[in-house]
Design a protein around this ligand. Structure first.
Ligand code: XBP
Ligand code: MG
Length: 257
């Protein structure tokens, strides 16, 4: 039996990378009078770097108009990143970013059936709060027995630290939980922590090679396109029984790439 679901946030709960952080970074660049803009194509490349501030610093290294002195570059990155987070919250409040299909239903099912939930994310608590307050209400923290964010770890994903801390907060062993992730880095982090992972691909990782998942598919809101293929159709989405079946099946397979 699965005792807990460990949720990634960005890309997994909502398309926050394409419609949230990317758009917010562009607004922040504009606010700072910087001519830099990240289109979807460029952002897809930049997602290889986890952490928004780290991503920005990485991009600045190839920009001749970025400050040459490291301390100045660091300061500008911190300021732009802070502004990005404010813009991100505004975007969430404007109602432009919804939860992905099947996310809320699976969370409700976990609560009804006594399966605990945790959050293991690279983004900050502030950004998680903006998203989940808008969609789950002001008491959203009560839904989760573990909350581990970017500021709580030394090494961001694909480092397993965020998962190891979430397990510790829940008092569980890795095989008692299942992670839900959308990206190669996120899946690598959960695998490295020994937590079986189900991958719900987000737009940026629709065809990426993702290794080690016990199941992988196009989204929790549909039953087509998943591997291993789903049997039966008790619901029109991925439900807890599907996760339990995949978790059980992993005893017999070595994972699906
Ligand atoms: C999410 C991230 C984050 C967000 C931006 O990865 O890498 O950096 O893109 O958030 P994951 P911050 O979904 O694997 O947790 O600006 O707060 O870093
Ligand atoms: Mg993610």
């Amino acid at each position: 039996m699965i005792k807990a679901l460990l949720w990634d946030v960005d890309g997994t709960m909502a398309e926050t990378e394409r419609d949230g952080h990317r758009v917010a970074f562009n607004r922040a660049f504009e606010d700072f009078g910087l001519p830099w803009r990240w289109d979807v194509e460029r952002y897809a490349e930049l997602l290889a770097v986890t952490g928004g501030r780290e991503r920005l610093l990485h991009d600045m290294r190839s920009r001749p108009d970025a400050p040459a002195v490291p301390a100045e570059r660091d300061r500008l990155a911190s300021e732009v990143h802070a502004r990005k987070n404010a813009c991100y919250a505004e975007l969430i409040h404007s109602g432009r970013i919804s939860l992905r299909d099947g996310v809320r239903a699976l969370m409700d099912e976990c609560r009804e059936r006594g399966v605990r939930m945790g959050i293991a994310t690279t983004t900050s608590k502030r950004n998680v709060d903006a998203l989940l307050r808008a969609h789950l209400g002001p008491c959203w923290t009560h839904w989760f027995g573990a909350l581990v964010c970017g500021e709580d770890v030394v090494g961001k994903k694909p480092d397993p630290e965020v998962y190891l801390k979430a397990l510790r907060q829940l008092g569980l062993r890795p095989l008692e939980a299942v992670a839900i992730e959308d990206s190669p880095g996120g899946a690598a982090a959960s695998c490295a922590a020994g937590v079986p992972v189900v991958v719900t691909r987000s737009v940026f990782f629709a065809s990426a090679t993702i290794e080690g998942a016990i199941a992988i598919g196009p989204g929790l809101g549909q039953r087509d396109g998943w591997r291993p293929a789903l049997e039966g159709a008790a619901s029109d989405r991925i439900d807890l029984d599907d996760l339990i079946a995949w978790r059980h099946g992993m005893e017999y397979t070595s994972g699906f790439g």
